[in-house]
Design a protein. Structure first.
Length: 366
């Protein structure tokens, strides 16, 4: 079953180009997102939507956070994202014509399912499930559905489920952008980028040997800090979650701008700091955040877009270049090296990679 791979997690990491391509299959072409991708009546509902509430747990929640950046930027609709265990017990205000979106690999996560049931009472324009299991309770109970086509995910730590959720949410972003007056050239460019995603992930997977080498530096560590800005902040959150789940190293993610508001106090020679450095206007800001880390002796591991002007090796750590394939798909592409890092650190630490202690694949109780 695992074939040439040592663990299911590694196999699933390498299945991502296929899983993402499958999730795009017959849903998008050069002229845009095809009709009826979200189920019967989906396009009519989406045409009237004025805002979104996204709810999920764990890794799926991180996918929702990425979607907030995407949808607000490209469709100009307000989006809130919340963990399901909070959403379900809160007195939520639902503005008119809000779409409720639940994201779940399994479609059986107790809190997410309860949140959907609660949402149905709260008066949304509609409910959409982004899910990997067609026969799941979540899919059965939502009005609209968008299936990720990751195939079965065995490893407890979610990998291909996450990148296929991002793919599905990118399709949702494009559909909403198209309905809300995005410029035609910009729309076409985003579609082309999304169609390139399987290839871009494939290229990122080629970084495995370099990352496996880096991983050794994390093995004796107790803590690690992950930094990102903008849409890459959720990518940092996901990188930290992967590392803590399977290697049992305490990892925290911060938006890089928050560094000096507290976590900088933790930085010394024994604190590895992992940073995602995309191209674009926030790079200069990030560089000065990294300088603050370097000045305190923190070991820096920077994953930098090949197009970003990161030239020098950052102090004692390492600089790894990633071809992000474009700003839109970059969060999905930068996820790959962080998955590989967590995986190889865990392998070197000798943990049970596919079945980390205390965790279950599907959390069907509260
Ligand atoms: C992390 C992980 C969990 C799940 C979470 C939600 O690697 O797997 O955080 O993402 O339990 O599960 P689903 O997506 O099935 O609702």
């Amino acid at each position: 079953e695992r074939g040439q791979y040592r663990h299911y997690m590694q196999k699933e990491i390498f299945e991502q180009p296929r899983a993402v391509a499958d999730t795009l299959e017959a849903r998008i072409h050069a002229h845009g997102v095809l009709p009826n991708v979200f189920g019967v009546g989906g396009d009519e509902v989406l045409a009237t939507v004025r805002g979104l509430h996204i709810v999920a747990c764990g890794t799926s929640y991180h996918a929702g956070l990425v979607a907030k950046y995407w949808i607000e930027s490209h469709a100009r609709l307000p989006v809130s994202v919340e963990v399901a265990s909070e959403y379900r017990y809160r007195d939520v205000v639902v503005p008119p014509d809000t779409l409720f979106v639940a994201i779940s690999q399994s479609g059986e996560t107790a809190d997410t399912l309860a949140a959907l049931r609660e949402a149905r009472r709260r008066g949304y324009r509609g409910t959409l499930a982004v899910c990997n299991v067609p026969e799941s309770s979540l899919v059965r109970e939502a009005d609209l559905k968008l299936m990720t086509r990751a195939g079965p995910e065995i490893g407890v730590a979610s990998t291909k489920a996450f990148t296929t959720q991002l793919t599905a949410l990118a399709l949702l972003t494009l559909r909403l952008a198209g309905l809300n007056g995005i410029d035609a050239d910009r729309y076409a460019a985003l579609c082309a980028e999304l169609m390139h995603l399987p290839r871009a992930i494939d290229d990122a997977l080629a970084l495995e040997p370099a990352i496996a080498e880096l991983a050794a530096r994390f093995v004796p560590r107790q803590h690690a800090l992950f930094l990102g800005r903008g849409v890459h902040y959720p990518v940092a959150l996901e990188g930290a979650l992967k590392l803590k789940e399977i290697s049992y190293i305490h990892a925290e993610a911060y938006p890089a701008g928050e560094l000096k508001h507290g976590p900088l106090a933790l930085v010394d020679e024994s604190m590895p700091v992992v940073a995602v450095a995309p191209s674009g206007p926030l790079l200069e800001k990030l560089k000065s955040n990294l300088q603050e880390v370097r000045a305190r002796g923190g070991e820096l591991f920077v994953f930098a877009d090949t197009r970003a002007g990161m030239d020098e090796t950052p102090g004692t750590g390492a600089l790894i270049r990633v071809d992000a394939g474009g700003d839109f798909i970059a969060p999905a592409v930068f996820t790959i090296p962080l998955q590989l890092l967590a995986y190889h650190v865990a392998v070197l630490r000798g943990t049970d990679v596919d079945q980390p202690r205390n965790l279950a694949k599907s959390v069907t109780v509260e």
